[in-house]
Design a binder for this molecule. Structure first.
Ligand SMILES: [Zn+2]
Length: 421
């Protein structure tokens, strides 16, 4: 992609809505545009990040046997009345139709998925079932804040599992926990798992996946020596206590941001809809359910909060909008300019042929300072510069976004070197 043709450019002005670092950097770098509080358009660079996270999540959910489907965002009121959610969930978005009917916009989909899955499950032989979707969700927040981390509309992966009993749910939960930890590692985040009591009446117990970041909304206590971790709000332990799990570590306190959760739903929803399966002896039972969420648009914000400096964002390679940010600088005379442009074109074509994604800042009217500032703001992991100076050395300047050091690499070695990183 040539920067001159990129639809959404960086903004010179820092947006006023600078209450959170992720909103400020994502808007300024042209990754998103805020349409109203808590609602964003995802522009080409931002959408690429969103899609990469989505794909990693999809691969890990498929690996534990999840089957992807797509359920509606618009839900009939009757299903929400049946579960009690219509009156008890204050963030539920409710719509009135001119037909006189009322609807809800999904903020979670137990109300749809339970009757859907149970229409295909009659016997214990049909269980377990695990299905998921990656879809937009809605929350009627009074105050949307924290940029893309807490929107009124957000992209989420939600998986639901159905089991013959709680033991089977716990077996499956362990698989999902490992898959979640893989996901966070792959997208460049270090997550810890807390165990917490459920947030609403229907939820027995929940597991929260937390990333340590000063921008977080929660305080957690964690052990440095093992994986013990609890939310301070519910903790029976204190900072400085010896860890009760390993008996060795001391508990530390940190700010953290929730990036995923698991709810043990028990039999609530199948009971609400009176949906059952029959066991080997022909006896009817309500299945046991689990719900597993990961906020995908939220993860974009958490990554920015966890990985930036005073010049801009620093994307982990796995979710970066592009792999390489190529910059060609202006020359004093047109002959040298032609040589720079040709060298840049060759590198650009060579990288594209290798399947490497390149943003080429080919602008004729931007100063070197503007190009470097934009590269730092956008935060692509690897920057290559071709200038009069590098031309003389038959080289390109090679610099990683996360490092201060630049080096000259012979042009003929660039494609070889990129294969090794
Ligand atoms: Zn411990």
């Amino acid at each position: 992609m040539k920067y001159s043709q990129l639809f959404s450019k960086t903004l010179k002005q820092v947006p006023h809505d600078g209450e959170s670092i992720n909103a400020k950097l994502l808007v300024q770098a042209g990754f998103v545009r805020q349409e109203m509080a808590g609602v964003y358009s995802w522009l080409p660079l931002g959408l690429r990040v969103l899609r990469k996270i989505e794909q990693i999540v999809r691969e890990e959910m498929d690996a534990v046997g999840g089957q992807e489907l797509l359920m509606p965002m618009l839900h009939p009121k009757a299903n929400w009345v049946q579960t009690g959610g219509w009156d008890s969930i204050d963030v539920l978005f409710k719509l009135n139709s001119r037909t006189g009917n009322e609807y809800a916009l999904g903020q979670s989909e137990e109300e749809i998925v339970t009757p859907l899955v149970m229409s295909r499950v009659q016997s214990y032989k049909n269980l377990p079932v695990q299905v998921y979707q990656i879809h937009w969700k809605f929350r009627d927040e009074l105050r949307a804040k924290s940029g893309v981390m807490r929107g009124r509309e957000f992209l989420m992966k939600d998986m639901y599992s159905f089991h013959a009993d709680e033991k089977d749910f716990l077996r499956f939960y362990k698989l999902v926990k490992e898959a979640y930890l893989n996901i966070y590692k792959r997208i460049g985040l270090t997550a810890k798992v807390t165990e917490a009591s459920g947030g609403s009446f229907s939820k027995k117990i929940s597991y929260e996946f937390m990333v340590l970041t000063d921008a977080g909304e929660d305080d957690i206590l964690y052990c440095e020596k093992c994986d013990f971790c609890v939310n301070v709000e519910i903790a029976k332990v204190n900072v400085g206590d010896t860890c009760e799990r390993c008996g060795r570590g001391e508990l530390k306190q940190a700010r953290a941001s929730e990036v995923g959760n698991v709810f043990d739903l028990g039999q609530k929803y199948p009971k609400d809809f009176d949906l059952t399966f029959v066991d080997e002896k022909g006896k009817k039972h309500h299945p046991w359910m689990g719900c597993y969420g990961i906020g995908i648009s939220r993860a974009v914000g958490v990554i920015v909060e966890a990985s930036h400096d005073d010049r801009g964002m620093i994307w982990p390679a796995s979710v970066a909008p592009m792999d390489v940010h190529l910059i060609s600088l202006r020359a004093k005379d047109s002959k040298t300019q032609g040589e720079i442009d040709q060298a840049a074109q060759e590198i650009y074509d060579g990288l594209l042929n290798m399947g490497i994604e390149v943003l080429w800042d080919d602008r004729a009217d931007a100063t070197p300072g503007q190009k470097f500032a934009d590269a730092d703001l956008i935060g692509i992991p690897l920057r290559m510069v071709i200038s009069e100076k590098t031309l003389k050395e038959k080289s390109v300047e090679w610099k990683e976004r996360a490092s201060e050091k630049a080096q000259l690499i012979k042009r003929e070695d660039v494609l070889k070197k990129i294969r090794s990183v």
